[in-house]
Ligand binder design. Structure first.
Ligand code: NAP
Length: 282
């Protein structure tokens, strides 16, 4: 039986509409939510991502400012820019677009962002809060995956969730969120033995690997929910980490790429920015 394709565009569109209503309500109370994005250099994919974020903010009635720094900017210049945004009371959310050019220390920059403005949720304070079950900013992509599961009524409690990938921005927070939702969670990575066998046990399989079509039909339990986080460029096209054609024959639910998780990520960025603005208003 063919899988139900989870339509990230329509779920995200509903969430963006909610964000627009919330932004309007804040504006009517004299608060203009404001996201500041720091973009260093000319990375083509980053330029596209930042433009998409700007457009989404504009449509939702959220102010966005993009601070562009040259490819050869120094660590000190970048850190000064982040400090200035931390101190700017009109800015509620700060996002440093990754990856940074190689000569810059990404971890040091992320550490510098005020955790209360860290709408990407990458600061160690926010990772710690997620780990401890405290309120904080959660990285947008895994948060978007949880919203997608909710939107399709996919049960998580007591289910076996397998996350392939253990990065700080996707795999680990994804695993923590699934655990918080009472799934039994297994995390796989490049050193995992018998990965296909583990993946086949998953009721919910999340692929955040960064390898085109890594998850094939033989790695999927019939009827499982398969979430494809991957964004890979192959011969000019965008493909996910899941072999869509093969897996759609066996999975119960499947997210497409594009049109799946990527759409949810931006919707969650809007939601986090609104949270940051509301938190300040309290
Ligand atoms: P990453 O930092 O490169 O992490 C990839 C993870 O996959 C690592 O934990 C790595 O294991 C694991 N891995 C790599 N090769 C493997 C293999 N052969 N077998 C098992 N595990 C393997 O990537 P990321 O930032 O998490 O992103 C993952 C994917 O999601 C990328 O395609 C990225 O473009 C995409 N992404 C999408 C969105 C969105 O909005 N949809 C947002 C962020 C990222 P080790 O830890 O052992 O190296």
């Amino acid at each position: 039986m063919a899988a139900i394709i989870m339509d990230g565009r329509s779920v995200a569109a509903r969430l963006k509409e909610t964000a627009a209503q919330e932004a309007l309500a804040l504006a009517q109370n004299g608060m203009m939510p404001h996201l500041a994005v720091v973009l260093v250099g000319e990375n083509a994919a980053s330029q596209v991502y930042v433009r998409n974020k700007e457009n989404a903010c504009k449509k939702a009635g959220i102010r966005s400012t993009v601070l562009r720094l040259p490819e050869n900017c120094t660590q000190a210049e970048l850190e000064d820019a982040v400090r200035a945004l931390n101190e700017d009371a009109s800015v509620h959310g700060i996002l440093v677009q990754l990856p940074l050019p190689d000569h810059l220390d990404e971890a040091a920059v992320l550490r510098l962002i005020d955790p209360d403005k860290d709408v990407d949720g990458f600061h160690a304070m926010n990772s710690g809060r997620l780990m401890n079950g405290q309120r904080g900013f959660v990285p947008c992509t895994p948060l978007g995956v949880m919203r997608m599961l909710e939107a399709y009524g996919i049960p998580v409690r007591g289910k076996h969730a397998v996350v392939i990938g253990r990065s700080n921005i996707v795999g680990k927070p994804m695993a923590m969120l699934l655990l918080a939702a009472d799934a039994t969670v297994t995390i796989c990575h490049s050193k995992t033995e018998n990965l296909a066998q583990i993946a086949r046990q998953a009721d919910i399989l999340v692929a955040a690997v960064g390898r085109p079509r890594f998850v094939t039909a033989d790695m999927v339990k019939p009827g499982a929910t398969v979430i494809d986080v991957g964004i890979n460029r192959v011969d000019g096209a965008i493909v996910g980490d899941v072999d869509f054609d093969g897996v759609s024959e066996i999975a119960g639910y499947l997210t497409p790429v594009p049109g799946g998780v990527g759409q949810m990520t931006i919707a969650m960025l809007l939601a986090n920015t609104l949270d940051a603005a509301r938190n300040r208003g309290q």
